[in-house]
Design a protein around this ligand. Structure first.
Ligand SMILES: Cc1cc2nc3c(=O)[nH]c(=O)nc-3n(C[C@H](O)[C@H](O)[C@H](O)COP(=O)(O)OP(=O)(O)OC[C@H]3O[C@@H](n4cnc5c(N)ncnc54)[C@H](O)[C@@H]3O)c2cc1C
Length: 551
C-alpha cells in the first residue's frame, strides 16, 4: 500500500481562505461583491475544518453590526439572524458565593455598554454568511482543514494543502486513504480564529510578532440553557467579574444573555494568565452557576449545549504584522478582538473586509498586499483597537477592581487617549507557579441539575473524531509531560482542558500521560497554556471535532 500512495492533486484559484468564521466569510463575500461591481472574474475557495459551516463556531454572542452594515446594508431584508435586540445591560461584581454588587451603568466603561447591539448565535450568523457567500459564487469546502502552508521557491506563499484522510493511529495509510489536495492561489487569507495552527507557524516563520508585546488569551467555556418562560427576559445582558476566579487570584469575566425562545447563553472566560496550577476553568464555571444571581435563571431549566474556545485578547499592543508574502493573517488568527467590549466578531469581520479590498486590488494590479497595513491603520478598526489597547493589561496588572477603575477613567474620561501603553510581558504559559506549597483546590461535586461533570458536558458538544487516526495533539517531547508538567505543576493539563482530553495514569507508580484526542473540542487551550509550550495542536481529519448546532 505504502508504494501506491496517490499523489496530491492541485487546483488553481485566485484566493483561498482558511476558515469559515466571521473573518473568512466576510472576506469571501466582499471579494465577490468587488468582482461583480468591477465586472471581473474571480475564483474564491473557503476551506473549513468543521463538518459544516458553523460546526466549530462558539461565541457569546453579543453582536455589534457595524461591519455587517458595511457588507450587507440590507441584511434585514436578506434575513440575517439578528432576532434579539439588547434591552438591558447589567454589570455585577461578584464578591463571594452569595453576594454580588450591581455596578451602576454610569460607572461601567463605555465600551461595555450594549445599546443597539443584538444577542445572536454566531454559529447561525456564520451559516447565513456562508449562504450569502455561496450565492455570490464562493466555493465553500466544509470538512477540509488546511493542514500545511505551501511555499514558492522564492519563499512566498503558494497556497495550502488540505489534510490527508485515512491514516491509522501509527500514521500508516488505511484502505480508505485519500491524499490531501493542494490549493494554489494568488492570495491566501488565514482566518482560523484564535491560535490557528497555521497562523502560529506563520507568526513564527515570518517573525510577525517581533515588534509587538506579548499576546494573551482566555478560555471561554459556554453553556446554552433553555429556561422557564417566566424567568426569561429577552434582551437582558448580564456581565460579571470577581468571584469565583478572584478566590485564586485569577481574573476573567462571566456572561449571561437571554435571547431567542427561552434561551440563555452563559459562560465564564478565564484569563489564561492565571498562576495556580490547581485551577480548573471548567469547575470554576460549574460552581459559578450556583451563585444566587445566576442560579435564579437556571433553576428548573435544561442545559442543551456545551463547548469551549480560546480567545485572543492582547489587542492592538500584541497584534502581529498581518501581511505575509502573498497572504494575510486576519481576525482572531492575528488577534483583532476588542477586549474592552469583549467582542471580536465585528472586528474580525472588518479585518476581512479590509483584506478583501486589499487582495482584490493587488490581484488586479492596483496596489499590493503590503497596502493592508495602511488600509488597516486608516480604518475604524484601528481607531477602536487603539482606544482599548490598555484594557486587558490593566486588569492583569491591577486586578478586577483597580483595573476596572483604571479602565473606567481611561475609557469614560479620556476616551482611551491616556498617552501611554501598559505592558503585560509574561506569556500565559509561563505564569503558572510550581504546585509545591499550594493546596489542591477542592471543587464541589456537580449536582447534575445546575452543575455537571466533564464527560456529560463533552457529550453535549456532539464531539466526534475517527478514533483510528494519528493523535492531533502533538507532544514536542514526550518526557516533559511527566518530568515537568506532572512533577512540577501537578499535571495542569488535566484541569485546563475543558474536555477531559488529558489524563495522567499510574500516578502513584510510574505516571504517564494519556491523550484522549477523540474528546477534543478544538478550543486550543492546551497549545497556549502548557507550561513548557510542549503541545502543538494540529488539525485532525476533516469533519472531526465538535458539532455545535448553534453556539
Ligand atoms: C466564549 C466566547 C464568548 C465570546 N463572546 C463574544 C461576544 O459576545 N461578542 C463578540 O463580538 N465576540 C465574542 N467572542 C469572540 C468572537 O467569537 C471571535 O472574536 C470571533 O469568532 C473571531 O472570528 P474569526 O473568524 O477570526 O474566527 P473563528 O470564529 O474562530 O472562526 C474560525 C473558523 O476557522 C476554522 N478553522 C480553523 N483552522 C482551520 C484550518 N486549519 N482549516 C480550515 N478551517 C479552519 C474554524 O473551524 C472556524 O470555523 C467570544 C468568544 C468566546 C470564545
Amino acid at each position: 500500500m505504502s508504494e501506491q500512495i496517490p499523489e496530491r492533486e492541485s487546483m488553481e484559484v485566485d484566493v483561498v481562505i482558511v476558515g469559515a468564521g466571521p473573518a473568512g466569510l466576510s472576506a469571501a463575500c466582499k471579494l465577490m461583491q468587488l468582482a461583480q461591481k468591477n465586472k471581473k472574474e474571480l475564483s474564491v475557495v473557503v476551506l473549513e475544518k468543521g463538518s459544516e459551516v458553523g460546526a466549530h463556531i462558539l461565541s457569546g454572542a453579543l453582536f455589534e453590526s457595524r461591519a455587517l452594515d458595511e457588507l450587507f446594508p440590507d441584511w434585514k431584508d436578506r434575513g440575517a439572524p439578528l432576532h434579539t435586540a439588547v434591552q438591558q445591560d447589567e454589570v455585577l461584581m461578584f464578591r463571594d458565593h452569595q453576594k454580588a454588587i450591581s455596578i451602576p451603568l454610569w460607572m461601567v466603561p463605555k465600551p461595555m455598554h450594549n445599546d443597539g447591539n443584538h444577542i445572536i448565535s454566531l454559529g447561525e450568523l456564520c451559516r447565513w454568511l456562508g449562504e450569502q457567500a455561496e450565492s455570490l459564487g464562493v466555493d465553500i469546502f466544509p470538512g477540509f482543514p488546511a493542514s500545511e502552508v505551501l511555499y514558492h521557491d522564492n519563499g512566498g506563499i503558494k497556497g495550502v494543502a488540505t489534510g490527508e484522510m485515512g491514516k491509522d493511529s501509527d500514521g500508516k495509510p488505511k484502505a480508505s486513504y485519500e491524499p490531501g489536495m493542494e490549493l494554489h492561489a494568488s492570495v491566501t487569507l488565514f482566518s482560523e480564529g484564535c491560535r490557528g495552527h497555521l497562523g502560529k507557524q506563520l507568526i513564527d516563520k515570518f517573525e510577525l510578532d517581533k515588534e509587538t508585546q506579548t499576546q494573551h488569551y482566555g478560555i471561554g467555556i459556554k453553556e446554552l440553557w433553555e429556561i422557564g418562560s417566566d424567568k426569561h427576559q429577552p434582551g437582558l445582558v448580564v456581565h460579571g467579574a470577581g468571584w469565583p476566579l478572584s478566590e485564586h487570584g485569577a481574573t476573567g469575566g462571566s456572561f449571561l444573555y437571554h435571547f431567542g425562545d427561552n434561551l440563555v447563553s452563559m459562560g465564564l472566560i478565564t484569563d489564561l494568565s492565571y498562576e495556580n496550577p490547581y485551577l480548573s476553568p471548567f469547575d470554576e464555571l460549574q460552581r459559578f452557576k450556583h451563585h444566587p444571581r445566576i442560579r435564579q435563571y437556571l433553576d428548573g431549566g435544561e442545559r442543551i449545549a456545551y463547548g469551549a474556545r480560546a480567545i485572543t485578547k492582547g489587542g492592538l499592543n500584541a497584534l502581529p504584522k498581518m501581511c505575509l508574502p502573498n497572504g494575510l493573517l486576519i481576525g482572531c488568527d492575528a488577534g483583532t478582538l476588542n477586549f474592552s467590549k469583549i467582542k471580536g466578531t465585528h472586528t474580525a469581520m472588518k479585518s476581512g473586509l479590509l483584506a478583501a479590498e486589499t487582495a482584490f486590488n493587488a490581484i488586479h494590479g492596483d496596489g499590493s498586499l503590503a497596502d493592508y497595513e495602511e488600509n488597516f491603520n486608516r480604518s475604524w478598526l484601528y481607531e477602536e483597537l487603539h482606544r482599548s489597547r490598555n484594557f486587558g493589561a490593566a486588569i492583569h496588572k491591577f486586578g478586577s477592581w483597580l483595573g476596572g477603575a483604571y479602565n473606567y477613567i481611561d475609557q469614560n474620561w479620556f476616551t482611551g487617549k491616556l498617552p501611554f501603553n501598559l505592558t503585560d510581558p509574561v506569556p500565559d504559559h509561563q505564569a503558572l507557579k510550581p504546585a509545591s506549597g499550594l493546596k489542591p483546590i477542592e471543587y464541589p461535586k456537580p449536582d447534575g441539575k445546575i452543575s455537571f461533570d466533564k464527560t456529560s458536558s463533552v457529550y453535549l458538544s456532539s464531539t466526534n473524531h475517527e478514533e483510528n487516526q494519528p493523535v492531533h495533539l502533538k507532544l514536542r517531547k514526550q518526557s516533559l509531560a511527566v518530568e515537568t508538567n506532572f512533577k512540577l505543576y501537578a499535571g495542569p493539563e488535566e484541569r485546563f482542558c475543558p474536555a477531559g482530553v488529558y489524563e495522567f495514569l499510574n500516578t502513584e507508580t510510574s505516571p504517564e500521560l494519556q491523550i484522549n484526542a477523540q474528546n477534543c473540542v478544538h478550543c486550543k487551550t492546551c497549545d497556549i497554556k502548557d507550561p513548557v509550550g510542549n503541545i502543538d495542536w494540529v488539525a485532525p481529519e476533516g469533519g472531526g471535532g465538535p458539532n455545535y448546532a448553534n453556539m
